[in-house]
Design a protein around this ligand. Structure first.
Ligand code: MOS
Length: 754
């Protein structure tokens, strides 16, 4: 496989780099949100609605209030003013819940917060929350699985303010499908899935004595946006709100935007004049902090007998809550993944009495590619064409939806490497035809893609007189390796080893950084950190040229250069360089700093290129019909995500996503009780996820094609793409082994007992 860029010997860019925050995590030194403790800290526990549709008629808080140690039972009548937030253009003011907590007496979903018990201890607060008596006017909840589109004039307005895109339609799909010699028309269903990061959502809110500044410790994927939202909700200037998130036990999208626990803790702290901590229960994680919504997707493919696509219609529905504006963009990849002259993507939504939907790792594309890639696999089988070959036949030259060239698309190289690594040429297509050690093998594959772009980002870099470097940005490390990436970027630019770089993030007092979302954080930070470093280096050179005793007298800053951590005269070369620490010491200056800022490109309508990452999965399952045992036994995944800054962390991201994909294909789903509307498997015993015992060897490869449209390193993101397509590859392998085509996830063992 061609490697188009080589890594110099002294650089960590593109090299396996152990996480710099690892020792703090494994030694328990890393402080997660619920680890912080403050003098006088109070604990809050929400009262959860036990109906999913109706009204609160009466809240009886008398018994709860009398309990020793209880400070307050807050509800609609006494919580104090909380404003709605309004979404701005740059992820400012976005929250998934479309109303502040306790805004009215309507219950729209099971588990909705209807009151808040605050007490000296967590146990007392929990007991008090349980002691609140609620009388409801109850109506039957709608948690129907079968989706039919609502009459929904808002359907084109989404969380991000995006509208139904024009690139969603080209040609005449109905006519082309009707005339196509080969047709496939199938509907694929994905269930509600719950994010379930290990770390529970948590907030600790602290006001100053005059109630003018608010500090929030929150487990967040976006501290800057959270600051903006809470400033709006409490009527504060933005600079009076500070959000701190030093470590996150992951989020998978559920922590992208604020949820109600955050304003609730802040309102309680405001009222009681003490810091208040609110940590969700695992059960609440299924109710009030988002989920991947159920989808129902009809895919129609029209093709010629030799496999050339002529029509592609992707018409899908998804469920939503009564209030949210979440858009599950299942058709995100449909307009550009293949070359097809006639395409249409459409969607509809169906309201349900459930909590708000939210982005979950690879939102839109993950359920969407499950459907479209499954359809491609079914078409390949019908036409008796190898599924890789069918994709190669329909590889587009440009993004036919946007009519733009791709900045960098190397899907064919991914297929080639994946086939070779997996041994795909040995596949025999007949169902059940492959055996090993008494087991039936199934081999399946699928392609994938995910967005690539940048959010606006800022960073600062300081060079210090002790020869160390500090890099800072108000972004956050959600477990993906952002601390390490920032250290690598700063080390690369300043020539110091990683051990001499201090990284500060997770604090809104630092320069505004990007959301950890959309797999965009790394790509967004590269130009911000690089320009901050350039600016610090410029100050250093100016200082060097004006500091006596360094041998740079009579030199202009332009005569000097900075290489490998040293200031030198360009004409003299590296031999006479002086380390920046020494320059600063001679000048009696502690540090020089620079600030860097890079504009975002996400959603840019003027873009000249279509920017995406690509990849493919090859999956082997084993099937033991006698005891109905299905296992995913081997996965090869190849990803084209531009330059990979830290392949060790990168492979780790893809492996984690593949494990999550095994869960998506075989286990994960939230079931709702049709009487109460409650998610009934709202715990980690009943909500099955893939664990180590379900995880086979996962062989991850990157094809290294830097994408210079994204940033100077050519690095795109890798957090989500590994989950795209994998479920379609697994279900294809299941069909190859068993002959059963499952079109509703997850694949249950009952499906295979035929
Ligand atoms: Mo991701 S769903 O953008 O955290």
């Amino acid at each position: 496989m061609p490697t188009t860029q080589t890594t110099p010997a002294n650089s960590t860019i593109g090299r396996d780099t152990v996480r710099i925050d690892g020792p703090r995590k494994v030694s328990g030194m890393a402080q997660y949100t619920s680890d912080y403790h403050f003098p006088g800290l109070l604990y809050a526990v929400p009262v959860e609605a036990t109906i999913a549709n109706g009204r609160i008629v009466k809240l009886d808080t008398v018994a709860a209030e009398k309990m020793p140690g209880v400070r307050a039972i807050l509800h609609r009548g006494n919580i104090g003013k909380i404003f709605r937030s309004t979404a701005g253009p740059e992820f400012e003011g976005i929250c998934e819940e479309r109303r502040p907590p306790f805004e009215d007496d309507v219950v729209r979903s099971y588990g909705q917060y209807i009151a808040l018990a605050v007490a000296d201890t967590f146990e007392t607060a929990k007991a008090a929350a349980d002691a609140v008596r609620v009388t409801y006017a109850k109506e039957k909840p709608n948690v129907e699985n079968l989706l039919k589109a609502d009459d929904d004039p808002e359907a084109v307005i989404t969380t991000f303010g995006l509208r139904n895109r024009t690139d969603n339609e080209r040609g005449d799909v109905e006519a082309a499908f009707a005339a196509a010699p080969e047709k496939l028309d199938e509907t694929y269903v994905t269930p509600t899935e719950s994010h379930n990061p290990i770390e529970l959502h948590a907030t600790t809110a602290i006001w100053d004595a005059g109630l003018t500044t608010l500090t929030l410790y929150e487990s967040s994927q976006g501290v800057v946006n959270l600051k903006g939202v809470l400033a709006q909700m409490f009527g504060l200037p933005k600079e009076n709100v500070r959000v701190i998130t030093k470590f996150v036990g992951s989020g998978f999208g559920s922590k992208l935007f604020p949820w109600s626990q955050c304003p609730l803790a802040a309102a309680a702290a405001r009222q009681l004049g003490k810091p208040v901590k609110l940590v969700l229960s695992r059960k609440m994680m299924f109710q009030t902090v988002g989920h991947r919504p159920r989808t129902q997707q009809r895919v129609r493919l029209g093709a010629t007998p030799d496999g050339k696509l002529v029509a592609l219609a992707h018409d899908y529905l998804y469920q939503r809550s009564m209030l949210d504006l979440h858009h599950e963009d299942c058709g995100e990849t449909t307009p550009f993944q293949y070359s097809v002259p006639n395409v249409r993507v459409s969607f509809g939504r169906a309201k349900r009495n459930i909590g708000a939907a939210a982005d979950m790792r690879g939102p839109g594309a993950v359920p969407g590619l499950y459907a479209t890639e499954s359809a491609m696999n079914e078409l390949a089988d019908r036409l008796k064409i190898d599924p890789v070959q069918l994709r190669i036949l329909n590889e587009p030259k440009i993004d036919e939806g946007k009519k733009l060239p791709f900045s960098s698309r190397h899907l064919l190289e991914c297929f080639e490497l994946g086939k070779e690594q997996f041994g795909w040429s040995k596949r025999t297509p007949e169902v059940g035809s492959m055996k090993r050690d008494g087991l039936t093998l199934g081999w399946g594959m699928a392609g994938c893609s995910w967005i690539a772009a940048r959010f606006a980002a800022q960073a600062s870099v300081q060079l210090r007189d002790d020869g160390t470097v500090r890099v800072a940005s108000a972004t956050q490390d959600i477990g993906t390796g952002t601390y390490t990436i920032l250290a690598q970027l700063a080390a690369e630019k300043t020539g110091v080893p990683l051990s001499k770089v201090e990284v500060a993030l997770g604090d809104t007092s630092l320069p505004d950084g990007p959301l950890s979302g959309g797999s965009l954080a790394t790509g967004s930070l590269v130009p911000a950190v690089y320009s901050a470093a350039d600016s610090a280096i410029k100050s250093l050179l100016t200082l060097a040229a004006t500091t006596p005793g360094l041998g740079f007298e009579n030199r202009k800053p332009d005569d000097l250069a900075f290489e490998g951590g040293q200031v030198l005269v360009k004409a003299d070369g590296a031999a006479k360089g002086i380390g920046f620490g020494e320059v600063l010491r001679k000048a009696n200056v502690r540090l020089v700093g620079g600030h860097g800022k890079a504009e975002g490109t996400f959603g840019n309508p003027e873009a000249k290129f279509s920017t995406h990452s690509f990849g493919c999965h090859f999956v082997e399952v084993t099937w033991q019909a006698e005891i109905a045992r299905l296992r995913v036994s081997r996965v090869v995944t190849v990803i084209d995500a531009g330059r990979i800054i830290n392949p060790l962390a990168g492979r780790n991201q893809i492996q984690g996503a593949v494990v999550m994909g095994i869960g998506m294909a075989l286990f994960e789903h939230v079931s709702y009780d049709h009487e109460s509307g409650a998610p009934i498997n709202s715990n980690l015993a009943d909500y099955a996820m893939a664990v180590n015992a379900d995880s086979p060897p996962i062989d991850v490869h990157f094809v290294d094609f830097p994408d210079k449209e994204i940033n100077e390193l050519g690095a795109r993101g890798i957090g989500e793409i590994g989950l795209a397509g994998i479920a379609a590859a697994i279900t294809a392998a299941v069909h190859h082994a068993t002959g059963v085509r499952v079109r509703e996830l997850p694949v249950k063992i009952e499906n295979l007992l035929v």
